[in-house]
Design a protein around this ligand. Sequence first.
Ligand code: FAD
Length: 467
Amino acid sequence: MIRFILNNKIIETHKPDGMILLDFIREEEGLTGTKEACREGECGACTVLIGRLNNEKMEYKTIASCITPIGSLKNCHIVTVEGLDTGDFTLVQKLIIDNSASQCGYCTPGIVLSMTGFCFMSEEISYDAIIDALDGNICRCTGYASIRNAGRSLIDNLKANDYEKTAKKDRLQKLIEMNIIPSYFAEIPEKLKKIGNRSNINISDETVIVAGATDLFVQKPEALENQKLYFMSERKDLEYIKEENGNILVGGAVAIEDFRKSQVIKKHYPELEDYLLLHSSTILRNTATLSGNIVNASPIGDITIILLALSARLVIENRHGNIRKIELSKFYISYKKYDLEPCEIIREIEIPICSKNEQFNFEKVSNRKILDIASVNSAALIKLSDKKNIEKLRISAGGVAPIPLLLSGLEKFIGKELSAKLIQEIAEYCMQSVTPIDDIRGSAKYKKILLKQLIIAHFNKINTVQK
Ligand SMILES: Cc1cc2nc3c(=O)[nH]c(=O)nc-3n(C[C@H](O)[C@H](O)[C@H](O)COP(=O)(O)OP(=O)(O)OC[C@H]3O[C@@H](n4cnc5c(N)ncnc54)[C@H](O)[C@@H]3O)c2cc1C
């Protein structure tokens, strides 16, 4: 049995773990405020809030309900637009009305949930931050200017109410006082403690491992509905990001957005906070994991390309709890084939902390900036001596081979003095060493030229060209 709280109602259901949350909300509970549109996590019309109790405190985030299986939500508080009913319009709803930010209304519930979720999730109360929180909500008629204005008004209201200065533990109460959420939210932690349930499913050859589900439940939701599923969301022990012996250790269940915002990442790889905004959207990054991106094995997976340049290693656990370690660069065998047995999971990702003079850069070219997969992407870790000689050069490239690629043969540039001519040589070498194919994202020739340009961009960004 799956137990969770939907708005203010305790749900106990025998529906299969793989049933899609959107279908449960609309068809089983008749809550049609959550809209169905793309069913691929791409438009945000189905956005809902998910709350989990963590150390006595509720943590809420927005997710796409159209690709989320209900089995991953045991012991959660799920909030739809109906669950925001305070007896009146909430502050967010009023600001949407005041700013004429709704026309046909189909995207509006998702936008209301994303703005409400922003109040819970964001460390920073600013216009830019709320625009980022809305990056997964597409509107096709109102126009974004009025939606942005509603966001701006919300920021003004939060600032006027000293929300930023409110201690984290008091924020839920503050949101109730500001009429952003209804008062029943305050009782949810106690209710969740009472219903607490965890499944005890073990991994077997037939089990499918589900992390954020943002790949699996787009590809084959029907086939997975009645499948035995092993949810990484139940591996609370693998939700850590920590620093140890010169490495950043990331648990196998960590979501990309938590990684992006973590203090450890901000300290050692501050550039990643912005680069990772190029991966999907907030509602997807909130559940999509680094491990899922690696095992998805897409030749253009953004996280994989970044981790390859950073020399990441994988700690893999089998069903008996035994572990082995492998370099990410040795993990991929051929297209969508990789070194992982059916009952093995990625337990941890180990990222070496960059040393002095090492610089990192990531580049991605896609049809649109947000919510698009790359035509070609590339990451580079470059170390220069004080005299600007190349001491280390690691470049990865996506979209140019059947697997996410770590470019080989770059050792021949080590020791050479950096110059505009050398950068051209390196870029030309990288371009000639890949064999992309023609596909929907571009011709092979175009992708080769793109890669050359991205390599030049790496060097330009790290601003090391000798004058
Ligand atoms: C609208 C949309 C936009 C997207 N945009 C991007 C983008 O910009 N860039 C990009 O790179 N990707 C993008 N993706 C793809 C996807 O979101 C990512 O690949 C994501 O990181 C997958 O992670 P997940 O946790 O959701 O994986 P899941 O779907 O849960 O799993 C993916 C695979 O990994 C396996 N798996 C998961 N965790 C583990 C583990 N710990 N051990 C072993 N196996 C495991 C699963 O069994 C499955 O085979 C997008 C997807 C959508 C729907």
